[in-house]
Design a protein around this ligand. Structure first.
Ligand code: HEM
Length: 405
């Protein structure tokens, strides 16, 4: 997972601020070097796709750029989103069977059941807090069950996820490696706690493996060798964190987008088949991870520029998903947009492993929500709490006024 955020307590910025800042960057070229941030920015859609698809030239392992630290290194051993082949291939292969569209489709009844239970627990209240009541607990319960972790520990998982992803980027123009180093330092206490918790669970699981993903990981043999406990830590940690925060973000973002576009909300209620495309359009316009980072390992032409070996490369998914060369009227929310080749789930060998699960969770939860409440409006008397969009495009709280059927 990219760690590019730092310093809590700075002034909160909003998505339009990020979009204006990205427009400024785009004026300097779809691909350009930034002397202040000491990195290369990639903003265009084809250019972003080219970088993400070329894992030979653009590595995901950033360890050489950051100060070494034992807790970070332990977590990184199995955190395959930050590993390159062959390690990436070996570890991703172990998890991929659990996340194919077919396997994931089998989770549909459970996802619907958890959604219904969570909404039942609101006891007919007409004021919901979307994140606390549904958008956070649903994906974390689902991923914890898949991994065999106690869903009851979710307040702790939330504390970790918030510590790692709900941070303010104090100065967006600060050199990127400084930002990442500060961020890594800030993450150490949480990573230490998370590593210790996961190691305990993995050891317990080795003693008595259950029929869950962690149970299978402790038993599986790759080239005649079992995975070390220390390799499983980052692996399970990655799935646990990646498996919920972005889906939480997407549910909040979808409800926000529909609130801002009542016409689209009415159309969706009349034509529920629009739900999958609506979620894709939400992912395009409110892409949860605004950027991905790579390290160039060879001089490589991207668009009109040659990015030199050694460069730090920031791929702006938020900008690529609004590239007017690919998306007509890119800022317009259009759930009927087809095709919609957004890259909110990345591209290439690191393409989001959980995309089928995230899509299923978002469709199921939003479908049930719309069905259950004929009227849903973002509450006018309490502010919506946004995360810093340079770190993540998401809300922390979303109070809603609803009318049950
Ligand atoms: C809407 C929700 C989601 C979004 C927008 C999202 C986004 C992304 C993105 C952009 C990447 C690529 C990172 C890179 O190339 O550096 C990624 C990778 C990944 N995601 Fe997701 N994700 C979501 C949900 C999930 C869920 C539910 C899971 C559950 C397991 C998950 C697991 C992963 C994993 C394991 C990777 C690493 C894949 C690899 O390196 O091979 N994600 N995700």
């Amino acid at each position: 997972m990219s760690q590019l955020t730092t310093r809590p307590n700075a002034v909160r910025r909003s998505l339009p601020d990020l979009l204006r800042w990205l427009d400024e960057l785009r004026r300097r070229g779809q691909v350009h070097r930034d002397d202040r941030q000491r990195c290369w920015h990639v903003l265009g859609h084809p250019e972003a796709g080219a970088v993400l698809a070329d894992h030979h030239s653009f590595a995901s392992d950033l360890r050489g750029l950051l100060p070494r630290q034992e807790d970070v290194e332990l977590f990184q051993r199995g955190n395959f989103v930050r590993l390159d082949p062959p390690e990436h291939h070996r570890l991703r292969g172990l998890a991929s069977r659990a996340f194919t569209p077919r396997t994931v489709a089998g989770l549909a009844p459970r996802i619907a059941e958890v959604t219904t239970e969570l909404l039942d627990a609101t006891g007919g209240r007409t004021r919901l807090e979307l994140i606390d009541d549904l958008a956070y607990p649903l994906p974390v319960i689902v991923i914890a069950e898949l991994l065999g972790l106690p869903a009851a520990d979710r307040p702790m998982f939330r504390r970790w996820a918030d510590a790692l992803f709900d941070r303010e980027v104090a100065d967006p123009d600060q050199p990127l490696t400084e930002l990442a180093a500060a961020n890594t330092r800030a993450a150490v206490p949480v990573l230490r706690e998370m590593n210790a918790y996961l190691l305990d669970r993995i050891r317990a699981c080795r003693a008595r493996p259950g029929d869950d993903l962690t149970g299978r990981l402790v038993q599986v043999e790759v080239d005649g060798q079992r995975l070390a406990d220390e390799e499983i830590v980052g692996f399970v940690g990655l799935l646990l964190l990646a498996g919920h925060i972005t889906t939480t973000a997407t549910l909040g973002n979808a409800v926000l987008a529909l609130d801002e576009h009542p016409g689209a909300a009415a159309e969706l209620r009349a034509e529920p088949e629009l739900l999958p495309a609506t979620i894709e359009e939400v992912l395009r316009l409110r892409t949860p991870f605004p950027r991905l980072v790579r390290r160039a390992v060879a001089d490589t032409r991207v668009g009109d520029e040659v990015i030199p070996a050694g460069a730090v490369v920031t791929v702006w998914l938020t900008a690529a998903n609004r590239d007017e060369r690919v998306f007509a009227e890119p800022d317009r929310f259009d759930p009927r947009r087809a095709p919609n080749p957004h890259i909110a789930f990345g591209q290439g060998i690191h393409f989001c492993l959980g995309a089928p699960l995230a899509r299923l969770e978002a469709r199921t939860a939003l479908g049930i929500l719309l069905d259950r409440y004929p009227d849903i409006a973002v509450a006018a008397d309490v502010p919506v709490e946004h995360r810093d969009p340079w770190a993540m495009v998401s809300v922390n709280s979303l109070p809603l006024d609803v009318r049950p059927r």
